[in-house]
Design a protein around this ligand. Structure first.
Ligand SMILES: [Zn+2]
Ligand SMILES: [Zn+2]
Length: 346
């Protein structure tokens, strides 16, 4: 199967594999500019992924050494993982939204023990059973200095400023801030006529924000240094509306495949989240902790079959939904409960 697709108008995509992951691959995009090729995302940091990326660039008629810049949609390792290697090979700049650059800085600066302590405290507060939290506390107390995967991502050297055209000679590419999946997620809007004259407003590199067949994970913006009560799901829904209103002729996402009719996909995603919020509100007829809510929510498999790490992600997703329901006035915390429980209002 070919790893490279020519989308026309100086845009290619390269299918870069993600090892041991059901998502399968990241679609890394290559954009020709008058100053040389620019990448949108880079893929997972793994030897096979690197080989696929560099072979894909050669198949596109260029070379990794010639890459002049890297635009990162968000800090996740399947998007930002290979950025340091690309910069080492080419001297390319790396650009990211400031909110995700802050996540990268924090990840590099904090020792793993800090992260374990934060996660343990958070899970206790969410009502996780002792047996679930124990391994995190053990890891915290062991204080091992070992590096965790994804804990040494490249520091970006440029900032993507939302609303601005990026400095790409010969191209009109505008950054659109779409927080939700991460605090600094951006979509990149190619404000040029579609090469096949499809009706609509240019093409949109959507990262993980809008995918044709799956809904991105929306959890809390985990930050040990910041106690601000954020509303990532609210951010995500607002970001979705913005993309729907943009009406791009074609969406080039970072996973799965390109698609048209972005407004229809946005409407589907908004409906999905509305239905999910209604289901959770019904579950909260009786008071539940975030952990108990996660156990009762619908996932892609029964709770008993969800592995350890995915349970942490699931609880984070339950908490993002609780924040939204509280903000909407549909749910409130039970006074004096510890761990905190939530219950539907009226
Ligand atoms: Zn992601
Ligand atoms: Zn992704």
């Amino acid at each position: 199967m070919t790893q490279v697709t020519d989308h026309g108008g100086g845009v290619h995509s390269i299918r870069v594999p993600i090892p041991d992951n059901p998502l399968g691959h990241t679609l890394v995009h290559l954009l020709d500019t008058d100053a040389g090729p620019v990448l949108i995302d880079t893929g997972w940091d793994d030897p096979e992924s690197w080989d696929t990326l560099t072979a894909g660039l050669t198949a596109c008629g260029t070379d990794v050494k010639d890459v002049t810049g890297v635009l990162i949609t968000h800090h996740h390792p399947d998007h930002h993982g290979l950025s340091a290697k690309v910069r080492d090979a080419s001297g390319a700049w790396i650009a990211m939204h400031e909110a995700d650059a802050a996540v990268v800085r924090r990840t590099r600066e904090n020792p793993p023990s800090r992260w374990y302590a934060y996660m343990a405290a958070k899970l206790v507060a969410a009502g996780a059973p002792e047996a679930h939290v124990a391994p995190l506390i053990a890891a915290r107390d062991a204080g091992r200095p070992r590096k965790l995967p994804g804990l040494d991502p490249a520091l970006p050297d440029r900032t993507i400023t939302p609303g601005d055209l990026l400095d790409l000679p010969g191209r009109r590419l505008r950054a659109i801030w779409t927080p939700g999946h991460t605090p600094g997620h951006v979509c990149l809007h190619l404000e040029e006529e579609h090469p096949a004259q499809l009706a609509g407003n240019g093409r949109l590199f959507s990262g993980d924000h809008v995918l044709p067949g799956i809904t991105p994970h929306i959890g809390l913006y985990e930050d040990p240094d910041d106690a601000t009560v954020t509303d990532p799901l609210g951010d995500y829904l607002a970001s979705l509306e913005r993309i729907g209103a943009l009406g791009p002729a074609e969406v080039l996402p970072a996973h799965q495949h390109p698609f048209t009719d972005a407004p229809a996909r946005v409407a589907e995603l908004l409906d999905h989240h509305e239905a999910r919020l209604a289901d959770l509100r019904a579950l909260l007829a009786a008071p539940l902790t975030p952990w108990q809510l996660a156990e009762r929510m619908e996932w892609n498999r029964p709770w008993a079959d969800i592995p350890y790490g995915s349970r942490n992600i699931a609880v984070s997703e339950a908490e993002a939904h609780l924040r939204r329901l509280v903000k909407l006035g549909h749910v409130e915390t039970v006074q004096g409960s510890d761990p905190v429980t939530y219950v539907a209002t009226g």
